[in-house]
Each structure stands twice: as C-alpha cells, then as structure tokens.
Design a protein. Structure first.
Length: 95
C-alpha cells in the first residue's frame, strides 16, 4: 500500500506589506539594492504597525549601498519595534 494523499492547506494570503517585503527580498537576492530599499519602504508604509523585520531588511539593503548612517537609523527603528530582534543589533554593529 502507498502513502495516503494528504490535502495541503493553502497558506493565508499575504498582506500587502508582506508582498512588498517578498518583492524586496527578491530584489535583494538579485543585488538590486535600490529596488529592495523601495520595496521595504513600501512594506513599512503599508504595515499597520512598526515591523522590525522590514526595518532591518531595509537597513541591510542600505548597508549594501554604502549608506551606513541610514542603515544604523533603520536598525534603531527595528530595535524600537522589537527589542528581541537580534538581527537588528547585528546589522547595526556591521554598519
């Protein structure tokens, strides 16, 4: 006997801010850092509350562009949104 087929439940649709974040992640992976910054900015603006991940991701893209001061500022925003988000501290230290 074979394995029983399992129905895979589809995940809930992504929010607008999550869609922007995903586009930012794709741009970042393609080394299109300016586009990534724009997408992460859109995610931040679309989010109903401050999201540490969006700020930290934008900080990372800004760091790649050599804008270390704005990278640090975004890390500080990420830390303000979630004091336990370790990546924000790490990215701030890199800048």
């Amino acid at each position: 006997m074979g394995k029983k087929d399992k129905k895979v439940e589809s995940a809930a649709p992504l929010s607008e801010s999550e869609k922007f974040k995903e586009e930012g992640n794709k741009a970042f992976m393609d080394k299109k850092y300016e586009s990534a910054v724009d997408f992460y900015t859109s995610a931040i603006e679309a989010s109903p509350s401050p999201n540490a991940i969006y700020f930290a991701n934008r900080a990372n893209a800004l760091h790649k562009l050599g804008d270390f001061q704005k990278s640090i500022e975004n890390c500080e925003e990420a830390i303000a949104a979630d004091k336990t988000y370790v990546k924000a501290y790490y990215r701030k230290a890199l800048a």
